[in-house]
Structure formats: structure tokens, C-alpha cells
Ligand binder design. Structure first.
Ligand SMILES: Cc1cc2nc3c(=O)[nH]c(=O)nc-3n(C[C@H](O)[C@H](O)[C@H](O)COP(=O)(O)OP(=O)(O)OC[C@H]3O[C@@H](n4cnc5c(N)ncnc54)[C@H](O)[C@@H]3O)c2cc1C
Length: 333
């Protein structure tokens, strides 16, 4: 029989939302918790998707950050942010609550009123409350056209595979696209890359002022090649078999050949997780929940962070964690 453990709160996802939830719980005097992540570190999305040395902004996607709970951060580089979070988790004594390399598919309430979280064939955790903070980047948004098999390794969603000397095109018009584009130009060990920015609109209008300024600076001085105002119709392999490059067919009838495309189009709501957990969702597959408490239609089941917003931020995820904890604590009284 599977082993069973009962906790007050099971937190799914150890990104900013899940991590802040663990700290808020501890500060609220709730110690019997578990944080489960499919990756092998906390803040894994940030490890994977933020470029090296990236500045971690407090105000992100045009939203002014006001920290409303107990968790905050100082604006710094990606590496320093991770360090700050390591220290924060350690100083609050919650590091031993984290279980890594376990993917959770759903959570449903059993007849005893406790949520079942299946950790493995041999282990289930039963939880009085569950906080779902699984983000959106598990499934980055893909364009509508097909990715032919031979060039799939060259069609990426972050910069981790870029090799110096490559001809790279970044696709997207938001902050992430801008940071990837000018970030690549600024990386010391990527100086031989040729970087192009493709955005279907002719002008940047979705980036924050710093990213707009930086992106425009490199477009204006010619270091960032401008391919804005045109969409991509399709991509296909070109060149020697086994070493095919990417032929891009643009909607204006023009073509280009690249070593790598990096799509920065945001991420998709984890619909399957929500639906399989019987959480009611709206038109855009977003979970329907109480915006003050973050509680879904199911009592004791909360969704926070990027799951509930298509343009989330670290500060917002931190704040959501504090809203949830206030609700859980108020129900205990
Ligand atoms: C390139 C980029 C740059 C950004 N820059 C900034 C910035 O400068 N400032 C800012 O405020 N915001 C920035 N953001 C946004 C910010 O990173 C997010 O809003 C924030 O990380 C959301 O936190 P979260 O906890 O909701 O989700 P995430 O950080 O996505 O964390 C979700 C976690 O859940 C885990 N997980 C997913 N599914 C499962 C599952 N089924 N089972 C178990 N675990 C699971 C993942 O492994 C992950 O660790 C940026 C985003 C990107 C992509």
C-alpha cells in the first residue's frame, strides 16, 4: 500500500510563488508543509529562461511592484537573485520542506476532505490545503506553423543552446524578446553571433522603457538587425542532410536562412493540470478564483503566480502567496 503523509499545505511549484508561500506559511506558524517541484532546484524557470547576468527588474511588463507580503527582493542580476532566494529560504528554515524531481499531474479532494497529491506509485501526500504555483513556462507558446523534425533542435524557447558565431533570430515583441536580443549582443562570449529581432508589428510597444531603449539602441546602431513589421509564414530545413539550417519564409514573400530561432512568445496556462484538478477555468483557460484570496471554486485549493495571469511578475507571485496565507490563517481561527 502507498505510504501516506498528511500536511497542512502542499505547494506545487517552487518558483517565486511556491517559494514565497513556504516562507509565508512558516511566518504564519504553519510548519507542516511540503513544496514539490518537477525540477531539481527552486526558481528553475528563472535558471532556465533568464539569460546569464540578466537584470531582475522589480517592475516587470509595465507593472509597478509593491511588495504586500513578507517576501521581497532587491533588484539585481539573475545570479544574485538566486543567491538572495537561497539565503531567504535558509534563514526561514524551510529548505527541508522542498521535494524535487517530482511532477504532479493534478490534485483532487478525497472523501475525507483532504487533497490527494500523488508523489509516486508508493507515496501519496494528503493535504488540507493546496497552492498551485506551476507557472506557464512548462509549455512555452508556439507559433501556429509546423516545426519540421530535422530543424527542431534549432527552434528554441530560450538562449541556452545558442553557440557563438551563429546567425540567430529572436521572435517576439515583449520584454523577454528584447532582453534576449540585446542580451545576446552584449554577452562577451557571443560576440560573433549575428542577431535579428522579428516582431509581427512594425514598432515595439510592449516592452518596459529600459528594454525599449536598449533594444532600439542596438537597432539604431545596426548591431541588432531589424526584421519587425512582418510575420513568419513557415519554416523549413535547408542545406546538407543531418546539418540542416532554418529557412524562414516571411509573409511578405521574402526568405532568410538562420542557424537558430528563439521564440519568446510567453507561455500557456497549464490547462490540463487545472481541468484534471476540477478547477473552473475561463475563456483563456485561466483559473477562475477569488482575487483577494486566490481560492478557486474548490475550498482550500488556491492558484497563484503566472498561472493566474498572462503577464505575471516575481513581485506579483510573492504578493499572491501572502494573500493565500492570510486566507488560510483566517480560516484556522
Ligand atoms: C525571460 C523572462 C524574464 C523575466 N524577467 C522578469 C523580471 O525581470 N522581473 C520580474 O518580476 N519578472 C520577470 N519575469 C516573470 C517572472 O519570472 C514570473 O512572473 C515568475 O517567475 C512567476 O513565478 P511562478 O512561481 O508563478 O512561476 P514559475 O517561476 O514559472 O515557477 C513554476 C515552477 O513550477 C514547477 N512546475 C511546473 N509544473 C509542475 C508540475 N506539474 N509539478 C511540479 N512542479 C511543476 C516548475 O518547475 C517551476 O519551478 C520574466 C519571465 C521570463 C520568461
Amino acid at each position: 500500500m502507498a505510504s501516506e503523509k498528511i500536511v497542512d499545505i502542499a505547494i506545487i511549484g517552487a518558483g517565486p510563488g511556491g517559494m514565497a508561500s513556504a516562507i509565508e506559511a512558516k511566518l504564519a506558524g504553519i510548519d507542516n508543509i511540503v513544496v514539490i517541484d518537477k525540477a531539481s532546484t527552486h526558481n528553475d524557470m528563472i535558471h532556465k529562461f533568464y539569460k546569464r547576468g540578466k537584470r531582475v527588474d522589480k517592475d516587470w511588463m509595465g507593472r509597478k511592484a509593491e511588495f504586500e507580503g513578507n517576501v521581497s527582493f532587491e533588484e539585481c542580476s539573475k545570479e544574485e537573485y538566486i543567491e538572495q532566494m537561497d539565503k531567504l529560504l535558509e534563514s526561514h528554515g524551510v529548505l527541508d520542506k522542498f521535494v524535487y524531481d517530482v511532477e504532479i499531474w493534478n490534485t483532487v479532494k478525497g472523501e475525507d476532505g483532504l487533497f490527494i497529491v500523488k508523489v509516486s506509485e508508493d507515496e501519496i501526500i494528503k493535504a488540507k490545503n493546496v497552492i498551485v504555483s506551476v507557472g506557464r513556462m512548462g509549455k512555452p507558446n508556439k507559433p501556429g506553423y509546423k516545426f519540421p523534425k530535422p530543424i527542431r533542435p534549432r527552434l528554441n524557447f530560450n538562449l541556452s543552446k545558442v553557440v557563438n558565431g551563429e546567425k540567430v533570430m529572436i521572435i517576439g515583441g515583449g520584454d523577454t524578446a528584447g532582453e534576449y536580443a540585446y542580451g545576446l549582443i552584449e554577452l562577451d562570449d557571443m560576440q560573433d553571433c549575428e542577431v535579428t529581432l522579428n516582431y509581427r508589428r512594425p514598432k515595439i510597444n510592449r516592452m518596459n522603457p529600459i528594454n525599449t531603449e536598449m533594444t532600439m539602441k542596438y537597432i539604431n546602431n545596426g548591431k541588432l538587425l531589424n526584421k519587425m513589421g512582418v510575420d513568419i509564414e513557415s519554416v523549413e530545413p535547408v542545406g546538407e542532410e543531418g546539418d540542416e539550417r532554418v529557412l524562414v519564409n516571411f509573409t511578405d514573400g521574402k526568405h532568410g536562412v538562420y542557424d537558430r530561432l528563439v521564440f519568446a512568445l510567453g507561455g500557456t496556462s497549464p490547462k490540463d493540470f487545472l481541468v484534471n484538478s476540477k478547477i473552473e477555468t475561463g475563456k483563456w483557460d485561466e483559473p477562475l478564483m477569488n482575487e483577494k484570496t486566490m481560492e478557486t471554486n474548490i475550498e482550500g485549493l488556491y492558484t497563484i503566480g503566472d498561472v493566474v495571469t498572462d503577464q505575471g511578475s516575481i513581485a506579483l507571485a510573492f504578493n499572491h502567496a501572502s494573500f493565500v496565507m492570510k486566507d488560510i490563517v483566517s480560516k484556522q481561527k
